[in-house]
Design a protein around this ligand. Structure first.
Ligand code: TIU
Length: 220
């Protein structure tokens, strides 16, 4: 076990059973014309974490530890997109509409791809998910079980939506979850802060949080 300084108390990282999950670092959430911007969001905070996420991926790649990348997206015929999701609110383009990066949040379109700086390497697992949580309507649970993974290190966007939902799903399934504070972001800095606090409150009710430097330090 490797002790990682974390909140609310140290995280005992088990190198034989840990995997990294990078949530939804897609052009649709980070770049102009994508889903995030159609919802009226300022993209600045989510763009800022790309170097930290890249450094975290490097840390896992160097050790040969498993890496999962998720992508929130839908089938071209929208058969996996509930109307309640597509019709929600007043975005300037809805899921499936044609934007500057292809159709918004549709599998296979340029906008639904992971940003080039964080492109998955051969052997890394890409999980397409129609929901906010990574277990809903995906095979990630079976894959993690088959690989013997029991601990998940989380990064990605957005902290209080897809990251938190995925962490809560994982926590309920018995995974120990560590969120890397500076490798996750929200369009709303106050929501990120609140999510970090509620995750680690009550004795790590959902999981632990720690800065990237603490993990780097622990791993040497
Ligand atoms: N990936 C993810 O968080 N999807 C979202 O829709 N997030 C928002 O904050 N909108």
């Amino acid at each position: 076990m490797i002790e990682v300084a974390a909140q609310p108390f140290p995280f005992a990282l088990d190198p034989a059973h840990v995997a990294l999950v990078v949530i939804d670092m897609q052009r649709d959430f980070l770049e102009a014309g994508g889903f995030g911007e159609t919802l009226g969001n300022d993209l600045t905070p989510v763009k800022q974490i790309v170097p930290s996420v890249a450094a975290l991926i490097t840390l896992f790649r160097a050790r040969g530890w498993p890496i999962f990348h998720t992508r929130e997206n839908h089938a071209p015929d929208l058969s996996d997109c509930p109307p309640a999701k597509r019709l929600r609110g007043k975005p300037f383009l809805r899921i499936g509409d044609l934007g500057t990066m292809g159709r918004i949040l549709i599998r296979g379109e340029p906008g639904a791809d992971i940003v080039p700086e964080l492109a998955p390497a051969p052997g890394e697992i890409v999980v397409d998910k129609p929901g906010k949580g990574m277990f809903y309507a995906t095979d990630i649970g079976e894959r993690l079980t088959a690989m013997g993974v029991s601990q998940l290190v989380f990064a990605g966007v957005t902290t209080e939506v897809c990251v938190q939902t995925s962490m809560r799903e994982a926590n309920d399934r018995g995974y120990e979850c560590l969120l890397i504070e500076d490798a996750t972001a929200s369009y709303f800095p106050a929501f990120k802060q609140a999510a970090l606090e509620m995750i680690r409150a009550q004795g790590a009710i959902v999981g632990w949080t720690t800065p990237l430097a603490a993990l780097q330090g622990a791993l040497g």
